[in-house]
Design a protein around this ligand. Structure first.
Ligand SMILES: C[S@@+](CC[C@H](N)C(=O)[O-])C[C@H]1O[C@@H](n2cnc3c(N)ncnc32)[C@H](O)[C@@H]1O
Length: 212
């Protein structure tokens, strides 16, 4: 496992830095829409996220190690951190919502991961990933809550449709417990494959061609 005693020190330092960053930039975190981004002050949460992302990294390598991946809503960049630690075998580009670029900056800076592209609100009709001219094999939606934070299935289709100019295939990575029965049924219907990552987390592989 990647997370050993030496790496725990790095993770603990990153979460402590985030704590000080939150204290210093309280105005960024005061809005309830952004409050959850304080969660990385908790070192145990960070370690668990990194352990999970090591498993995800291995699944993606065996799924398609040659593919190019666009990581939307990169947040604290755990997958990129793991990729850097384990020899950069995955081709990853990162996207962050312009409203939250600063909220995760301190953690990303600890790992020396940059945001390659910024985007506007995925829920807006004029959604755009700015300056993105590459067409990716895969767009990764890991814990990307705009896709599931609603009870219906329309949101899933609306969000996926927005990625058709940017990628051939979407990979949704989320806990089974966060989907309603109807959403789960819908995901199975639109996916060409479902791959277990760990525990309740699955990857749904979805061809975006069906949304064109
Ligand atoms: C819980 S974080 C997940 C971060 C990372 N993928 C992970 O699993 O650790 C949710 C991500 O979705 C992005 N996001 C949330 N609402 C969004 C919106 N309306 N438009 C675009 N991105 C959004 C956030 O900026 C953040 O990067």
């Amino acid at each position: 496992m990647l997370v050993d005693k030496k790496l725990e020190v790095v993770i603990d330092k990153a979460s402590e830095d985030h704590l000080y960053y939150v204290m210093k930039h309280k105005e960024l975190f005061a809005d309830p829409m952004h409050l959850s981004t304080v969660q990385y002050m908790n070192a145990k949460n960070m370690r668990n996220q990194i352990k999970f992302n090591e498993l995800l990294y291995k699944r993606l390598l065996s799924f398609d190690r040659e593919g190019i991946y666009l990581d939307i809503g990169v947040g604290p960049a755990f997958l990129e951190f793991v990729n850097n630690q384990l020899g950069k075998k995955l081709h990853l580009s990162t996207v962050e919502w312009e409203e939250q670029v600063d909220h995760f900056k301190c953690v990303r800076d600890s790992w020396k991961v940059n945001v390659d592209y910024e985007c506007n609100d995925i829920l807006k009709d004029d959604f755009k990933i700015h300056n993105c001219e590459t067409y990716y094999d895969y767009v990764l939606l890991q814990r990307f809550f705009p896709v599931y934070k609603t009870s219906g299935t329309k949101r899933i289709d609306d969000v996926l449709t927005k990625f058709t100019p940017y990628a051939k295939t979407a990979i949704i990575i989320e806990s089974d417990t966060n989907w309603t029965k109807a959403q789960w049924k819908h995901l199975l219907a639109i996916s060409r494959e479902r791959i277990k990552v760990f525990g309740s987390f699955n990857m749904f592989i979805i061809d975006l061609e069906q949304y064109k």
